[in-house]
Design a protein around this ligand. Sequence first.
Ligand SMILES: Nc1nc2c(c(=O)[nH]1)N[C@H]1C(S)=C(S)[C@@H](COP(=O)(O)OP(=O)(O)OC[C@H]3O[C@@H](n4cnc5c(=O)[nH]c(N)nc54)[C@H](O)[C@@H]3O)O[C@H]1N2
Ligand SMILES: Nc1nc2c(c(=O)[nH]1)N[C@H]1C(S)=C(S)[C@@H](COP(=O)(O)OP(=O)(O)OC[C@H]3O[C@@H](n4cnc5c(=O)[nH]c(N)nc54)[C@H](O)[C@@H]3O)O[C@H]1N2
Ligand SMILES: [Mo]
Length: 759
Amino acid sequence: MGMVEDGDEGRLSVGAPKEWAAGVPGVAHALEYALGQTSVRRAALTLLNVNQAEGLDCPGCAWPEPGRRHLNEYCENGAKHVADEATTRRVTPDFFRRHPVSELDGKSDQWLNQQGRLTEPMVRRPGSDHYEPVGWDEALGLVARELKALESPDEALFYTSGRLGNEAAFLLQLFARAFGTNNLPDCSNMCHESSGSALIQTLGIGKGSVSLDDLHAADLVFVVGQNPGTNHPRMLSALEETKRRGGSVVAVNPLPEAGLKRFKHPQKARGVLGRGTQIADVFLQIGVGGDLALFQALNLLLLQAEDAAPGTVLDGAFIAAHTTGFAEFAEHARLTTWPDVLEATGLTREQIEDVHERVLASEKVIVCWAMGLTQHKHGVPTIREIVNFLLLRGNLGRPGAGVCPVRGHSNVQGDRTMGIWERPPAWFLSALGREFGFTPPAAHGLDTVNAIRAMRDGKAKVFLGVGGNFVRATPDSEVTEAALRSCRLTVQISTKLNRSHTVCGETALILPTLGRSDRDAQNGVEQFVTVEDSMSQVHSSRGKLPPASEHLLSEVAIISRLARLTLRDGPDLPWAEFEADYDTVRDRISRVIPGFEDFNARVREPGGFRLPNPVNEHVFNTPQGKAVFTRNAFTMLKAPEGHLILQTLRSHDQWNTIPYTANDRYRGIKGSRRVVMVNPEDLEDLGIADGSEVDLVGVWEDGRERRAPGFTVVSYPTARGSAASYYPETNVLVPLDSVADVSNTPTSKGVVVRLEAAP
Ligand SMILES: Nc1nc2c(c(=O)[nH]1)N[C@H]1C(S)=C(S)[C@@H](COP(=O)(O)OP(=O)(O)OC[C@H]3O[C@@H](n4cnc5c(=O)[nH]c(N)nc54)[C@H](O)[C@@H]3O)O[C@H]1N2
Ligand SMILES: Nc1nc2c(c(=O)[nH]1)N[C@H]1C(S)=C(S)[C@@H](COP(=O)(O)OP(=O)(O)OC[C@H]3O[C@@H](n4cnc5c(=O)[nH]c(N)nc54)[C@H](O)[C@@H]3O)O[C@H]1N2
Ligand SMILES: [Mo]
């Protein structure tokens, strides 16, 4: 694969969407990408190390590793992601001499990423158009000085992306709180925050309750608002196993995603040679935002079935012993009307009744979901309604049943467990304070959306990002860029170049760090980090490659040194010890966070250990002490006449804000990312031809025009009334104030737009 030129856009070609996912082309595509990035030897070394016991935790996603590992327990997209980090290309000080910031600012996300790994700390001083090299001591001293000069610790923001290991995450939140703020916005605020909000309220813990074994054992698995063929490819192996054991799968999605239909296991002969496994037994092509109505209808049907045959449908014993609010819920649920449901879902009553029959025939039901639910205004009520659905038949806290929010970033769940949260619970703060002898701030901090508002309004002045690509991950790109540029200091601790390095505060720093695949030695002693996957399994991750540059520091080292310089007058904490020996960090974690007792010993067992989930003991840590039925107002997401609901999603060939190529193989789209997929009948109604050039224009109550120019219309079998286009190119259309109720997550899957013919 050659160097990608700026623009990256080739000629758009559109073919039929693929009917199946993974298999040989998947692996071949991954190898092609790997070899374009690095040598054969480095590619092999890295890929062989991924997800092996004692090996590297695949940074590709948070899907768990099976207990018995295939030699190659990785997928096409995990492999591409690892190769992207293991690249032999380098961004050197000379690169920054040749490219002024103003020039880099005009480059595409893909081009920036393709330049390779960052190698040395760089500073862009006030008024300058160039980054120049700076020593670590000077760079960290500068950050410490700016932090100490703030009028209040709450003028600082400490952003993280879910790539941080547990140790760095724990130290970062300790540092922020010892400094005096809970301003710890993270990517989770844009991701599964709605899941956390809904699950904490109803079940008392913001995580999934199922394990891989549960998934294999389930009779019925719902996959809702999720594209596993691209974003969690290894999940397809698990679903294949569910099916092999006689379970069935219901997929709920506005798009007929390839992986949901047929799957060819890349590491098994029958996957390579055969027709593969059909994954979804039922595919409900739901209208965007219709899931709340769907589960309300299913709940109504369950209540009516119980009326018809009392004592046979609902799990009365479970409801009586472990839940509260059933009567109020049931009364409310009976108000659901079919015309509303059919309009909101775009489904037929027969389709929903068929799924209801399957539910009745199933003892063990699991619901999995991802961004198709969380990134809606009514994401939290939708997930609460799913909890109602599971509670009705006691599908919680027993084998083969439960909730499964499928996480994104490989350690986003662990980071939250470690206290990366702007709204930490009181017990956490007091445990932290007790262990380290200081009083952490009690007031809630800023999440991502509120952090942008604070910068915009001049209330936050120092932005420090540990990983991620804040300007491209966040909504309302123009507003967010202006907000960051207004900061006194922006600091990005990163592995690779991205747009957040070119949108600078008055002073800007790039601090390069080790990636997951890099060997991490402190004073010659090899260290490892730990992570928690989507199913609460905690295990170690150890990189094997020589670091990308001799100047890199680990995240643990950077945070520890910065904390030591900043907190001279604060609580006396052993930062040097933390940096030298990560076991000492884990010892502290084991004393602060329940479930981590004897952490250092247990994480050295092969495969690590699983954090207990009280839900599985039928313990619900809600204020009521029980699982909570909720009443959720019926919601219909509908665009005004002549408009569509745009959902912004991932192509097959990108990792969050970073496109790898301009192709989206499974959807049959090649050569351009500036496409908008629209149902052919909607195109006809709108009088817009397939293949025409349009601007996407956002419509929002503030009346400000948000425009993404230059998109090609692709006629595509998406649900009526909706459109789909890629993130981050479309983030400019997501209004900062358009957020999910309760969770404050940007509504990236529900943006009202119109298509304007290009002049
Ligand atoms: N290769 C790769 N892997 C990744 C990532 C990546 O970028 N690349 N990102 C990681 C991260 S951080 C995350 S959070 C996950 C994201 O994993 P996903 O949630 O699968 O990611 P999206 O591409 O946002 O896809 C959302 C899916 O929801 C559907 N959808 C949209 N609106 C609705 C709706 O209203 N109802 C229903 N039922 N469905 C809807 C879309 O059609 C699409 O299939 O993946 C992780 N893994
Ligand atoms: N419109 C729209 N917006 C969205 C979404 C959407 O579906 N639609 N999805 C949202 C979701 S689910 C998420 S999770 C966010 C993602 O938001 P982020 O997590 O902020 O974004 P990423 O693209 O994952 O960040 C990539 C950068 O992380 C850095 N990096 C990679 N590995 C490491 C590492 O090991 N250490 C450090 N320090 N840095 C590293 C690299 O420099 C790389 O350029 O975006 C959100 N934004
Ligand atoms: Mo995510």
